[in-house]
Write a protein that binds this ligand. Sequence first.
Ligand code: IMP
Length: 426
Amino acid sequence: MKTNNKTVLGLQWGDEGKGKVIDYLCRDADIVVRFGGGANAGHTVVTDKGKFVLHLLPSGIVQSHTTCYLGAGVVCDPWALLDEIDMLEKSGINTVGRIFVDFGTHLVLPHHKAIDRHSEQLDKGTAIATTLRGIGPAYADKALRIGITASALCVRNTLESNIKNFILRKRPVLESIGDPELLLPDRLIEQLGKVEARIAGMVGDVTAELRQASLKNKKILFEGAQGTLLDISLGTYPFVTSSSTSIGGLFGGLGVPPGIQGEVLGVIKAYTTRVGNGPFPTELDDEIGEHLRQKGNEYGATTGRPRRTGWLDLAAIRRSAYICGVDKLVVTKLDVLDGLNEIKICLAYRHKGQLYDFPPLYADFFETAEPVYDTLPGWSKSTSNLKSSSALPKEARGFLDFIQENLGVSIKYVSTGSHTESMIEM
Ligand code: IMP
């Protein structure tokens, strides 16, 4: 399939800087689409209009010419969606007629957030440290076939019976939470009633819309959320999110054919971060880790939690890049490495005497594997906000060349600051 479409996917544990990349690329796109996840994402976009942190809407909404879609693979918290819309409207961004939610998109209800909180509190030792946005419980109910979809807000006559069935099936867990309001179907019907009209006006057939758009040669930008290492099936399970964050999620979450994805851009940060629990072999618990956190402002865009920081892990990224069929790389936050004397890069893992340059991600392996590093010289000159590769210090160019050669994938863009314009086209 010949297409000018593009897909942006994170190759680490999320927070790679995809929001900024999307904002940069969507100047040349007609449509921006999210295919998975929900309001757990935190996509930060800094433009001349201001700083916007988006959780549920595609980051492309900030550019006024785009139409934005949430596919059936997304889980949509209607209240979070309307808050985000109101925030944008207050900042002067018109959203009317620009947002569409698929009929099949599942709703995240207050019950899901309560269950998320409850299960995270049950045993701190096994907690995932989720974003508490109700994401896992909403996908769980989708799999149980008791979830409420956006279509139910349009076809009002099934909503009440669906909600009654939902609460009946959830009764044991809701009772153990101890909030009697959660057991009242009428309460939920009333809550949904308050947002129903606004949401129902945005609900439609995203698969059909994307098909029409393709027939008209519109340019589509597919916006991944989270990162490949957080993929429910392919990531560092159980310390993952609940959706398919890699390329497969795009097709399953939108109902579109292979080929439509166009050029796949894999986004990696020049170092690694992770929020939440789970193994992180290249983690730094020292002053370099703190340097990365402070200089990179590594605090969760959704939760404000300090992110764990560590060296770049090319072994894990090699696996993510393969899974996603990455055509080109985007390296973000290069400027955060400015001033480090030396930079380490993990190339492989040693596990029980064997070397793995394409490591499996199952928890036991990842917890006990030892990273094998190469060390590169750092640079003292600032790369902050550079827009041309010729201005890069030779050590920074060496760092980027090392990444390309090791992964066998070339770098297309390098981000050197939070503003959308701070980007080098290689
Ligand atoms: P959940 O998606 O809220 O269920 O959280 C599951 C795991 O995914 C937790 O470790 C979260 O911190 C992580 N996570 C979810 N969304 C993001 C994201 O957008 N960036 C980084 N980590 C995320």
